[in-house]
Each structure stands twice: as structure tokens, then as C-alpha cells.
Design a binder for this molecule. Structure first.
Ligand code: PLP
Length: 390
């Protein structure tokens, strides 16, 4: 059972706003803020390199914490600037050649989608979109029927950026395993929101960010690469961190996932990310997931009763993202009107998930996304504001 009062006491931002943009960037709790300020204060007082050395073992500990969060091993984790860079590092390192097929989902995130188009142009790969089941998730039977020897990669987003859907990542993992196809999971919206275990899911690579449901700082994310899969990737970039042994005519790559990192990082952010992962595990991911789902379901039900408001969420299992539209009012206008009342929501546009938005003929939606620190009273205030706006 979650102690909501203590989560809110830990979260200074809850005193200022009703924050329903946890799928965009959540509010950081005090342990995250403390971890970052401790590092920055030291850096101010003693210098950047010296501080890096002084915190070396704490920084190293972050890999183990992140590994615990997703059921991996520390050597399978690499840090990155963002989920997109983590994803790019492995996607562009895949040995994909002309005629190789990728199977992906309708709800693919725009940056991943544009990378497919890029490699389609540059290397002649084929990108096939797997249809959805009636409830909006990837249709796993259709996926299996599309598999043939030319399929060299399956990609999936666990939770799309623009809907409540939770994709059946584990069933997709079974198809990937049965057919020996590499499997890349975009877990940007799921890590921190719901339980994620790489062994149960069976993915070879996973990417995510710090700032969303994990509630860490911006500008940092991480990557998981299964140990047995590491040598199947040819790193797209090579540098000091990737190849710590460099002789005049030879280099050696690291033997762990950190071969996908850059040497330079924001270590305050890294410590913030580690603290966020520890904080989430301390609360309990199962409990966070149950509360998020409950709050989002309550909001969905109440919004549905407002005349002129249409909730557009799909999903047999619905998560913490609630999307809706209001007849005659653009989503950005609603976002701004809510913001005037200190209620934070975000919007989704065709740019968020181009294939899905095009197929569903949706131009723009308001996205309200809930976290465990939100309250029923906040939902009531949000719904009251929506009644006034709609
Ligand atoms: C499903 C999904 N994947 C990837 C990303 C990209 O994350 P980042 O902005 O950290 O690169 C997002 C961001 O909204 C997302 O929602």
C-alpha cells in the first residue's frame, strides 16, 4: 500500500502544480534532488575532474541499481544522454543490409520511425508495420505470420507515447526467441511505470529515459544489451570510453555494454537517475503500477462523462496515459487553459507517433499522464477545470 502523503512530502513540485505530465517529464522527488545537488555542490567547491574521482564508486554503483530495476546485470547497462541516443546506438550498430526486414508497430515513436526511413534510404532495408489487434496492441499472431528469414529485427514500444496501450512485450519476446530474431524494446514510457524484467520479456536490447515515469532528471537515459548479444552489434561510434585500449595501430573494445557510452557525461544527472531508480524500487514498482492504473481509470471514467469530451485511449490493459479531445478546441489551447489553473498536461500530434496518428486519423490530443503521487482530489480539480473548458 502506497503512502501517498509521504510521496507528496518528498516531491516539492506537488505544492505548486497538479502535475499530470508524467509521460512528458515527471516531478523529481527529494532523494533525486539531493543526489544531484550533492554532486554539483562538490563540483562548485572542488573542481569537475576531482569531483568525478571523489564520486567514482557511487557513480559505478548506479549501473547495479539500474540493472536491479530491470532484472539485468550491471555489465549489461550503458548510460546515454537520452532514450533516443540509447536506441540509436544499438539500432545503427545492427548489421542491417539491403533487403533485410524490420518488423515494428503502428505506434512507433517518431524518432525511431524516422531512423527506419533513414536506413531504408541509406541501406535499402525494408520496414514492415505489424497490424494491431482490435484493442490496439500489436497483434502477436500477425507478427508471427510475417516472420521469414529476411526479418533481421523486431522492434516494439512497450507503452506508446500517445495512448494507454501496454504492448504484450513478453509474447513478442517469445516470437523473437522462437525464430532467433533480435528484439529491441523501447521501454521509455514503461520503466518506472510498470514492472519490467528483461529476462521475462526476452528482449536483447532495451532503451529508456530517466525523466518520465522514473522521475529522474532530464538529459540522461540508459541502454540494456544482453551479454550474449553484445558481439552481434558493430558499434556505430568508437571513442575513448568505447575502446579504452588504443595503441598507435590497434584498439580494443570494452567487453561490456558501456562500449556504447561516451566518456563525457553529466555525472550529477547520472547520480540523479540512480537515486530515482532506488526510490522507485523502495516504493515498489508493483504498487506504483497499481496506483497509476487506478488513478488513470478514474480520470478516464470522469472525463468520459463530460459532454464534448472524447477519450481516445485503446488498450486491453490500460496504463497511466489518458488521451482525449474536445470538440472544436485544439489540444494546445486546452493545455494552456489548464496551465493557467496550474494543471500540467501535454499534447500529442501526428509527429508523436506518425503511423498510428495517421491510421486513426487523429490530428491532436490532450495527454494527461498520472503517477503514484497524484491524488483523487487532483483528478476532481482537473475534471472540474475540463467541465469549465469543454
Ligand atoms: C515511446 C517513446 N520512445 C522514445 C522516446 C524518446 O525519449 P527521449 O526524448 O528521452 O529521447 C519517447 C519520448 O517521449 C517516447 O515516448
Amino acid at each position: 500500500m502506497i503512502d501517498v502523503a509521504s510521496l507528496r512530502a518528498d516531491t516539492p513540485g506537488t505544492q505548486n502544480v497538479i502535475h499530470l505530465d508524467n509521460a512528458g517529464a515527471s516531478l523529481m522527488p527529494q532523494p533525486v534532488i539531493d543526489a544531484m545537488s550533492r554532486y554539483i555542490d562538490h563540483e562548485i567547491g572542488y573542481g569537475g575532474d576531482e569531483t568525478h574521482r571523489a564520486f567514482a564508486s557511487e557513480i559505478d554503483g548506479v549501473y547495479g541499481t539500474l540493472a536491479d530495476l530491470i532484472g539485468a546485470r550491471a555489465r549489461e547497462v550503458a548510460l546515454s544522454d537520452s532514450a533516443t541516443r540509447a536506441w540509436d546506438m544499438v539500432f545503427y550498430s545492427m548489421p542491417l543490409h539491403e533487403g533485410d526486414r524490420i518488423l515494428t508497430t503502428t505506434t512507433e515513436y517518431v524518432s525511431n520511425w524516422v531512423a527506419y526511413l533513414h536506413l531504408r534510404e541509406r541501406r535499402g532495408i525494408i520496414v514492415d508495420v505489424v497490424p494491431n489487434s482490435a484493442t490496439g496492441e500489436i497483434d502477436v499472431e500477425a507478427l508471427e505470420s510475417m516472420v521469414d528469414p529476411s526479418v533481421k529485427l523486431i522492434t516494439l514500444n512497450h507503452v506508446p507515447t500517445n495512448s494507454a496501450v501496454v504492448n504484450p512485450a513478453q509474447e513478442v519476446g517469445r516470437v523473437a526467441r522462437d525464430h532467433g530474431i533480435p528484439y529491441l524494446l523501447d521501454a521509455c514510457q514503461s520503466v518506472g511505470q510498470l514492472p519490467v524484467n528483461v529476462d521475462e520479456i526476452g528482449c536483447d536490447m532495451l532503451t529508456t529515459t530517466s525523466r518520465k515515469f522514473l522521475r529522474g532528471p532530464r538529459g540522461v537515459g540508459f541502454l540494456y544489451v544482453r551479454s550474449e548479444f553484445l558481439e552481434r552489434l558493430d558499434p556505430v561510434f568508437v571513442e575513448l570510453r568505447t575502446a579504452p585500449v588504443v595503441l598507435p595501430n590497434r584498439y580494443e573494445l570494452r567487453d561490456d555494454a558501456r562500449r556504447f557510452e561516451t566518456w563525457e557525461k553529466s555525472y550529477a544527472n547520472v547520480l540523479g537517475l540512480g537515486a530515482a531508480a532506488g526510490y522507485a524500487m523502495g516504493i515498489g514498482i508493483d504498487a506504483i503500477w497499481a496506483r497509476i492504473r487506478g488513478l488513470a481509470a478514474t480520470a478516464r471514467g470522469m472525463l468520459d462523462e463530460i459532454g464534448g469530451v472524447t477519450v481516445r485511449d485503446l488498450g486491453a490493459v490500460k496504463g497511466g496515459i489518458v488521451t482525449f479531445e474536445v470538440e472544436g478546441l485544439p489540444a494546445v489551447e486546452i493545455r494552456d487553459l489548464l496551465s493557467e489553473r496550474s494543471i500540467n498536461v501535454s499534447t500529442v500530434t501526428p509527429l508523436s507517433a506518425p503511423v498510428d496518428m495517421h491510421e486513426r486519423r487523429i490530428d491532436n490530443l490532450v495527454r494527461a499522464s498520472f503517477h503514484a503521487f497524484n491524488t483523487e482530489e487532483e483528478i476532481e480539480e482537473f475534471v472540474r477545470a475540463m467541465r469549465a473548458i469543454a
